[in-house]
Design a protein around this ligand. Structure first.
Ligand SMILES: *Cc1c(COP(=O)(O)O)cnc(C)c1O
Length: 410
């Protein structure tokens, strides 16, 4: 069935899991003449930005900023603590976990991957066994992903720390929070995370181009024992700059700094707990709708266990007609762009078209989520894709009551 009337004029909605929707306040803060980088407002903003980044990560420790994407933060973090021949353990729950491991291998590390598949969280018992088997303590770091954006699996980082402590293993706990920071609850210091990496274009709502590495004293000590660290990635001068350019090892990403300032203002005006709570309620509204659609027809959650699902992204399967047809329809007919399936099947494999993802990170609110769900509901009808009824009803019930407790898995 083809829809005759095209309804896509108007403000588009990019509902993919990064980059995310950019708030007008961020765009407006960036729309300005070139600022001076040697004195004045821009350098003066930095101490406040550092403080406010720490408040997002819930840490009192150091943070450094790189001009680069999430992959740059991966490499920056590794370059400071992992050298050639060092052993790292990678508990993978999707493509991003494996990707960080590949990057460590590229730097000469000996990478041991524990692959937990693409639909469930890390099995802490298996990690505990691997750590206990390493009696000589040669594993230098664990590279964990909080939320793997390909699978939408969310891992329990506090439980991972407990397993490391029970094994009395001294490895660094390094965590990728690129998808989760500012969406899913994260407590760097309380959970005993030694190094955390993130980027600006997801929960932090800034256009892609900046990434962040947070590190504690234990990680700084490991850095001090490295035989050498690339000057550009070295976090030491960046964490204690005497001059503005040392934050960046060169020219600052001037307009991004203004954008980040505006985004941090928005996050802290709302409050971290309120930001987390908003993502939690909106995620549950999405899951309630998906649960209803999935009660008939082929739509299904990639992650069956709600306790292992992210509040920032939801990966779904839709085989026939496939997810690509649905994404094309919502984009062309409604101006609603949904995320491609990533890492679930190889591109070129017809199964690749059987997955899609909903991004619900950052600058999203109740009416946007209801609009996204309404668009998907219309697409399922327009394309004659069999699905259960009552999805919008179920989602609006969650939004109306704010109730997030019931099990919404299919
Ligand atoms: C987006 C993402 C990355 C990669 O970030 P880029 O900015 O695309 O390099 C890595 N890890 C996770 C968990 C992500 O969500």
């Amino acid at each position: 069935m083809t829809q005759k009337t095209n309804l896509s004029a108007g403000r588009g909605y990019l509902a993919i899991p990064g980059p995310s929707v950019i708030p007008d306040a961020v765009l407006q803060a960036m729309h300005r003449a070139a600022p001076n980088i040697y004195a004045g407002e821009l350098p003066d903003m930095m101490p406040g930005i550092v403080t406010d980044l720490r408040r997002v990560a819930r840490t009192k420790h150091d943070v450094v900023i790189y001009i680069g994407n999430g992959h740059a933060a991966w490499e920056a973090a590794l370059a400071n603590v992992i050298g050639e021949g060092d052993r790292v353990l990678v508990p993978a729950t999707g493509s991003f976990g494996r990707g960080w491991g590949d990057m460590a291998a590229g730097l000469g590390a000996l990478v041991e991957t524990l692959d937990f598949g693409k639909s469930s969280a890390m099995d802490m018992a298996r990690i505990g066994e691997a750590l206990k088997a390493d009696t000589a303590h040669t594993i230098k770091a664990i590279l964990a992903v909080h939320v793997d954006t390909s699978s939408s699996v969310r891992n329990d980082i506090a439980a991972l720390r407990t397993v490391m402590d029970e094994a009395a293993h001294p490895a660094l706990l390094m965590v990728d929070c690129i998808a989760s920071l500012g969406c899913d609850v994260f407590e760097m210091d309380d959970w005993g995370v030694d190094v955390m990496v993130t980027a600006c274009q997801k929960g932090l709502m800034v256009p892609p181009g900046m990434s962040f590495v947070f590190f504690n004293e234990k990680a700084a000590e490991v850095r001090r024992h490295m035989p050498r660290v690339s000057c550009y990635w070295d976090w030491t001068p960046r964490a204690a700059p005497e001059l503005f350019y040392q934050y960046w090892n060169g020219t600052a990403p001037t307009h991004h700094v203004y954008g980040l300032r505006a985004a941090l203002d928005m996050i802290h005006a709302e409050g971290m707990e309120a930001v987390w709570r908003r993502h939690d309620v909106l995620a549950h509204a999405i899951w309630a709708a998906c649960h209803a659609w999935g009660s008939a027809g082929s739509l299904a959650f990639n992650v069956a266990d709600p306790d292992s699902r992210s509040r920032a992204v939801t990966s779904l399967r839709l085989q026939s007609p496939n997810a690509t047809a649905l994404r094309d329809w919502t984009e062309n007919q409604l101006g609603l762009t949904l995320g491609i399936g990533l890492g679930m099947a190889a591109p070129g494999d017809p199964a690749w078209h059987g997955f899609f993802r909903l991004g619900h990170m950052g600058h999203v609110n109740g009416h946007m989520i209801m609009g996204m769900l309404g668009g998907i509901d219309a697409g399922l009808k327009a394309l004659d894709i069999s699905h259960g009824k009552g999805a919008l009803e179920a989602a609006s019930e969650v939004i109306a009551t704010g109730q997030v407790s019931p099990d919404t898995s299919p």
